[in-house]
Design a protein around this ligand. Structure first.
Ligand SMILES: NC(=O)c1ccc[n+]([C@@H]2O[C@H](COP(=O)([O-])OP(=O)(O)OC[C@H]3O[C@@H](n4cnc5c(N)ncnc54)[C@H](O)[C@@H]3O)[C@@H](O)[C@H]2O)c1
Length: 337
């Protein structure tokens, strides 16, 4: 079976490509290297030879050649996006121009080629300020940044195509994705990063300094709790989603599903795990001025993922930390351009 993976030169998409190929799928990958890298593509080509075909292509351009040449693509897993929150607030044009438009062009093209199944990477950023926790999929959407809004726009495009063109879809809303592959071969390269676990591991390995400050808040250890889902667990959910859609007979399947751990970890817990597993200490400061709107606890309800897909995360934060130690030991600066 052949799947199309967009954004397969990026962090989550390259790990997904490896996972799908290992599971016996043929993969057609697309990326324009906006934030992706050539190295993971070269490794995938070496590992999987002709089972992996790659196109350097912008999703907003004419994609018909790819589908003409690969008429047996049966599902699309759409990871490609611009996805840095701070950047989206400085450069809204880039986010509104890329995320909804590339999704629209992709989806218009796949419906022309009669491809009926799509799995889409969305984000918990579109929920905005939490009105209750755990956040379930019925929580109101009220993004407080352009990135989240642009993903919500893409979700709406998909759901309209679902209504009109009978497209089956699974929209996954991820919480905080963390970790690398267990062999440390594929991992996260954004630098500087806003990811706590990645920054803490880099600091402990002496790659880049990181002085953690966190907002004192009303949780069991006084530091904020966030939901760190392991990247392999997350990509395994996409594999299960593709299988689910592939096995549909005539029924429709159009769902929005959160992916997280359902429990979360406090900032201090994460940092302590990093210190424990690396044997290195670094400074931690608590700030007395809580940031406006900073929620003490943001975790996902993952009941729907379990009920509809039978998915449950298998890995813990220590597994993510251990994989990141391997990854950053091999690639201190991540992939390099
Ligand atoms: N990393 C996280 O914690 C997180 C959390 C929630 C959601 N997500 C979503 O997961 C997906 C993957 O994120 P990531 O962390 O791997 O990011 P990434 O930047 O590493 O990967 C995105 C990839 O998409 C490619 N791309 C972007 N626009 C493109 C276009 N128009 N045409 C072709 N390729 C294009 C980039 O070059 C890059 O390789 C994104 O959709 C993101 O919104 C990520």
């Amino acid at each position: 079976m052949k799947v199309l993976i967009t954004g397969c030169a990026g962090y989550i998409g390259s790990i997904a490509a490896d996972l799908f190929l290992k599971a016996g799928y043929k993969v057609v990958g697309i990326d324009n290297f906006q934030t992706g890298y050539k190295q993971p593509i070269d490794i995938l080509k070496k590992r999987y030879a002709n089972n992996f075909i790659f196109y350097e292509k912008d999703l907003k351009s004419d994609l018909s050649e790819i589908f003409e040449r690969n008429k047996d693509i049966s599902s699309v897993v759409h990871y490609a996006a611009s996805c840095v929150v701070d950047e989206s607030m400085k450069n809204p044009y880039k986010y509104f121009a890329n995320n909804p438009n590339s999704t629209l062009n992709l989806i218009e093209t796949i419906t022309k080629y009669n491809i009926k199944n799509i799995v889409f990477s969305s984000t918990c950023a579109l929920y905005g300020e939490a009105q209750y926790v755990p956040l379930d999929e019925n929580h109101p959407t009220n993004p407080n940044n352009v990135y989240g809004e642009s993903k919500l726009m893409a979700e709406k495009i998909i759901s309209w195509y679902g209504k009109i063109k009978k497209l089956n879809y699974i929209i996954f809303r991820y919480f905080n994705v963390s970790g690398a592959t267990e062999d440390g071969v594929f991992g996260y390269s954004k630098n500087p990063s806003t990811h706590l676990t990645e920054n803490a591991v880099r600091s402990a390995l002496g790659i880049a300094p990181f002085y953690l400050t966190y907002q004192k808040t009303n949780t069991f250890d006084g530091s904020p709790i966030r939901d760190y889902v392991n990247v392999l667990d997350l990509d395994e959910a996409h594999l299960m989603a593709v299988e689910k859609l592939k096995n549909l007979k005539k029924e429709k399947f159009q769902e929005i599903i959160n992916l997280g751990t359902g429990t979360g970890n406090s900032v201090l817990e994460v940092v302590k795990k990093v210190q424990e597993l690396t044997g290195k200490k670094f400074d931690i400061k608590a700030s007395d001025n809580p940031r406006q709107g900073e929620a003490p606890k943001l975790i996902a309800s993952i009941k729907k993922a379990e009920k509809l897909l039978g998915w449950k995360p298998k890995r813990k934060i220590e597994d993510s930390v251990a994989s990141l130690i391997k990854w950053y030991t091999k690639n201190p600066q991540g992939w390099e351009k």
